[in-house]
Design a protein around this ligand. Structure first.
Ligand code: SF4
Length: 539
């Protein structure tokens, strides 16, 4: 597992991946040997390995899992497209030598339902196609047809980076351009990017950077889209950010479900390092199937080789982040926009954000659209577009035979809106009055053939599965809510009280937002759950 390296505690998860890749699972005696080699307590290695869903631990006396696993996505888009039925049919079809697992979102909601054979995704999967891939022996995902380094450079790529690193364009001008464009963090939190850069730059060196490509929010697949089409636009933005803020080391955390993108990124970063050998160190880190690691401080814990449990704040990661150092944390897409915003601002061209936006909003947004639309996919269009406009203008309308019944405006955690609110501008800060938020702009559209309560239950089971367990309101609350939501008639008073406790007392956004879809059902689709109000004084 160490492959000749001097062991580093922060690389524990990388070593666990190597062990599992080599042996098909993590055997407890291997874990013990790894702990000894790393001079770590065996309990420490075990607690990390057992935290992440993608590690299979084989304890003494247990049989190893079958050599091949087929993962079938059961999150929102795939559930609507028959994921559960697919998983059930595969169980009997593929036999005992193949393990079929139902798993949360694999980031390919535009091609639902999706199964993953080994590491090879089968899009628009049915049992025949999955069986054919299993029989054909294909296990790896092919590299995407992305714009590679030479082609990117030939098209004037890295010109802005050259200008920034040479001092031709001052760092202050770069930050001012981001400010003027109003670029906000596009991982979901929406924090102004320029303010983050200034805050971290004002901290003492060494300063570090952590890039979040762990998109696990059901319905979100935009980062995958950008990385598999134009990775250098993101890398150029990342290098510019690192230079302007004065970063001494960069860690890129990418979800385990994107193996081909991890290989692509490694290859392209080699080209970048060859072109500019004096860059700060850049390390790629592989996630291990924990949605909560999309939360910035949990990701940082994971990069440090620990369980991905969110930290209490303050201090904020901009002040005390990765390895205790001030850290600039960004989602891939935020960095992807840097080049296009900064280049025109400093060379006098039009600001791509300023000229866009509608319904009173400004800028561009990347919407991951899935569900019951004719043409799902990533749509880059005006901030403030409405769901009705988005579906009609960019997604080919609804699927034949489907009428709009409602939608998730911000993935599983962003709540749900009914069809009568299809004309609300979609952007940061426009959905609060409806108890919703746009988050990473993952739009999941559902129709009269779906039930909002079933989708809310699906989302709640996902959160119960992904809760890191650190705080009681979330650990117990998500499981309790999932149980309560299975009742034919919901106890609105009890669920609302539970939601309030979770919102007020959970450490991170997972627990705080987990009940949003439930609250949306009570508010907008109460006829589905025969919502009852608990009587005063009732037990
Ligand atoms: Fe973990 Fe949930 Fe608490 Fe977040 S809210 S720290 S996911 S238990």
């Amino acid at each position: 597992a160490l492959a000749g390296e001097t062991p580093r505690a922060d690389r524990l998860i990388e070593y666990l991946h190597r062990l599992q890749d080599e042996h098909g699972a993590l055997h407890v005696d291997h874990l013990a040997a790894l702990a000894d080699a790393m001079k770590l307590a065996r309990a420490e290695v075990y607690e990390v390995a057992s935290f992440y869903h993608h590690f299979d631990i084989v304890r003494a006396g247990e049989a190893a899992p079958p050599a091949l696993t087929v993962r079938v996505c059961e999150s929102l888009g795939c559930a609507m497209a028959g994921g559960a039925e697919l998983a059930a049919s595969l169980g009997s079809r593929l036999g005992a030598d193949v393990r079929v697992q139902r798993v949360p979102c694999v980031g390919r909601c535009d091609s639902a339902p999706v199964a993953v054979v080994g590491q090879r995704p089968v899009l628009h999967a049915d049992a025949d196609r999955v069986a054919a891939v299993v029989a054909g022996g294909e296990r790896d995902e092919p590299l995407p047809d992305a714009v590679r380094f030479d082609a990117y450079r030939a098209a004037d790529g890295y010109r802005l980076w050259d200008a920034v690193r040479s001092g031709e364009i001052a760092g202050d001008a770069v930050v001012a351009a981001l400010d003027a464009a109003g670029l906000r963090g596009l991982g979901g939190a929406g924090f102004p990017a320029a303010r983050k850069w200034r805050t971290v730059a004002a901290q003492p060196a060494p300063r570090l950077m952590a890039v979040n490509i762990d998109e696990g929010e059901p319905g979100t697949f935009k980062d995958r889209h950008y990385l598999e089409t134009d990775p250098h636009r993101f890398i150029e933005g990342m290098l510019i950010a690192a230079h302007v803020v004065g970063i001494d080391g960069i860690w890129i955390y990418i979800r385990d479900e994107y193996p081909a993108l991890r290989r692509l990124l490694a290859e392209e970063l080699d080209c970048v390092r060859a072109a500019w050998p004096d860059l700060p160190p850049i390390e790629i880190r592989r996630g291990a199937g924990a949605y909560v690691c999309g939360e910035e401080s949990a990701m940082i814990e994971s990069i440090e080789g620990k369980r991905g449990m969110p930290r209490l704040r303050p201090p904020y990661v901009a002040e005390v982040g990765l390895f205790g150092r001030p850290t600039l944390e960004h989602n891939l897409e935020t960095l992807w926009w840097v080049r296009d915003i900064v280049a025109p601002a400093v060379t006098g061209g039009p600001d791509p954000f300023a000229s866009r936006g509608r319904n009173g909003r400004k800028g561009l947004r990347s919407f991951s659209v899935s569900g019951r639309v004719a043409k799902p996919g990533v749509v880059v269009t005006d901030a403030g577009i409405t769901l009705r406009e988005l579906v009609e203008e960019h997604c080919g309308g609804m699927l034949p035979g489907h009428e709009l019944y409602g939608y998730f405006p911000g993935g599983a955690s962003g709540g749900m809106l009914p069809a009568r609110l299809a004309d609300v501008p979609l952007d940061f800060d426009t959905l609060g009055e409806y108890g919703c938020f746009i988050g990473s702009a993952a739009i999941v559209v559902f129709s009269q053939h779906d039930r909002a309560r079933v989708l809310a239950e699906n989302a709640m089971e996902f959160f119960a599965h992904e809760s890191c367990g650190q705080c009681t309101p979330c650990r117990v609350g998500t499981a309790k809510a999932a149980e309560l939501m299975k009742q034919p008639a919901w106890d609105a008073a009890l669920l609302t009280e539970l939601g309030t406790v979770m919102m007020d007392a959970s450490i991170c956004g997972l627990g705080q937002a987990a009940l949003n879809p439930m609250q949306s059902v009570l508010r907008f689709f109460p006829h589905e759950v025969g919502a009852t109000k608990k009587e005063e004084g009732a037990a």
